[in-house]
Design a protein around this ligand. Sequence first.
Ligand SMILES: [Zn+2]
Length: 191
Amino acid sequence: MTVKGHMVLALLPIAAVMGPEALHHPVLLGAAAIGAVAPDIDEPGSYIGRRLPFLAYPLRWIGIKHRTLTHWLIFPLALLLFALPFRGEPWFPITIAFIYGVFMHDIGDMLTKRGIRGFFWPLFPKMTTRFLPRPFALHTGGWAEYLLVSILIVLTGLLLIGADMEGLLKIVKTAVVDMGRSFTEKGVALF
Ligand SMILES: [Zn+2]
């Protein structure tokens, strides 16, 4: 999944829950977006790896392969465990937003063909977790991902500006029904 895809996948649920209110918390949004790209620090060629090579290369040198430790469920859980004693600290919500982003990154990678192997490590270390059956899974950087991410970006934007989603849904529904009707009418006319 691309950087944009990971970010929008983390931001969309926040936009859906908080609506325009989310824009009053840019630091939380930023923390979630950074968390959403953080696990790829295990790949020096990735967006985050290229920006933080002093972290990415040592991880590679100690033998951490791409889509392993930083992509396993144990990683956000461990971060959460370290953060919990600091409840009440002003930066605690920012940390939680970051950890949430990390988790959402994994969800994004699970939508791709490769999925995440060993996600529940140390349980089922050889199992690959993928949401969609292989033929339907996204190809990183492919057209299906591009299309999905574009739709999600528009949707997130609409939610953040507080667009009337029900009204929009109605318009789409009417358009689809009209289109269907005109097709069937034409079909009937042919016979
Ligand atoms: Zn990843």
